[in-house]
Design a protein around this ligand. Structure first.
Ligand code: SAH
Length: 212
């Protein structure tokens, strides 16, 4: 269902500068309408973020595509996602052949998404907890993607990155963030590229924003 809508969306992403063929292919295959609440289905293939309940959102397709492209992962890479949410971003990474680990702080959102993953056959290892401390058990990761806006770059995430790997994280105030694309060039060295003007829900945790 909705193949035509997905094709139109992918063409739009291409015209907006997404060039990575594997990313575009995954977006043309993963059924975004299955990751949004039923009343939002008619909006599923618009290039906008949508509410998923609990004050959270499913990211805009352009943002998902841009961040995934920025990770520059090879098939089979190990990726950590912070902010499972609807599961759409994790499903894209899984479709691209990545080994996906994903953390969500809201237990109800995580459990609901884990059920959806089971139903759709999306293999992603899920954890309920504070992603700002990372997931040391499976580190190092070839890529880490943070899908909520943070006031700082959490130290543990830089530590848990493989040398040569990338951390993609929106950093700024609660209204607007700059996307940081951080490449780990050595055990203690990093190179950062910045892309302005993104808007994410807040990352709440020990190295993120306070709860209230
Ligand atoms: N990747 C998601 C986007 C979800 S929105 C998708 O594809 O739909 C961001 C999510 O991050 C929310 O569900 C929010 O509850 C979660 N979140 C916020 N702070 C977090 C933290 N410290 N650790 C893990 N998840 C967090």
């Amino acid at each position: 269902m909705y193949e035509r809508e997905r094709e139109d969306l992918v063409r739009k992403l291409e015209s907006n500068g997404i060039t990575d063929k594997a990313v575009l292919k995954a977006l043309s295959e993963v059924e975004r309408h299955l990751f949004v609440p039923e009343i939002m289905i008619s909006h599923a293939y618009k290039d906008v973020a949508l509410p998923i309940g609990y004050g959270q959102t499913i990211s805009q397709p352009y943002t998902v595509a841009f961040m995934t492209q920025a990770l520059r992962l090879k098939t089979g890479s190990k990726v950590l996602e912070i902010g499972t949410g609807s599961g759409y971003q994790a499903a894209i990474l899984h479709r691209m052949g990545m080994r996906v680990y994903t953390i969500e702080r809201n237990a109800e959102i995580s459990l609901r998404t884990q059920k959806l993953f089971d139903k759709l056959g999306v293999r992603a290892v899920c954890r309920i907890g504070d992603g700002t401390i990372g997931w040391s058990e499976f580190a190092p990761y070839d890529g880490i993607i943070v899908t909520a806006g943070s006031p700082v770059v959490p130290l543990n995430l830089k530590k848990q990155l493989e040398v040569g790997g990338r951390l993609v994280i929106p950093v700024g105030d609660k209204k607007s963030q700059t996307l940081k694309i951080i490449t780990k060039t050595g055990e203690e060295s990093f190179e950062t590229e910045e892309v302005p003007k993104f808007a994410f829900v807040p990352l709440i945790g020990r190295e993120g924003w306070n709860e209230k």
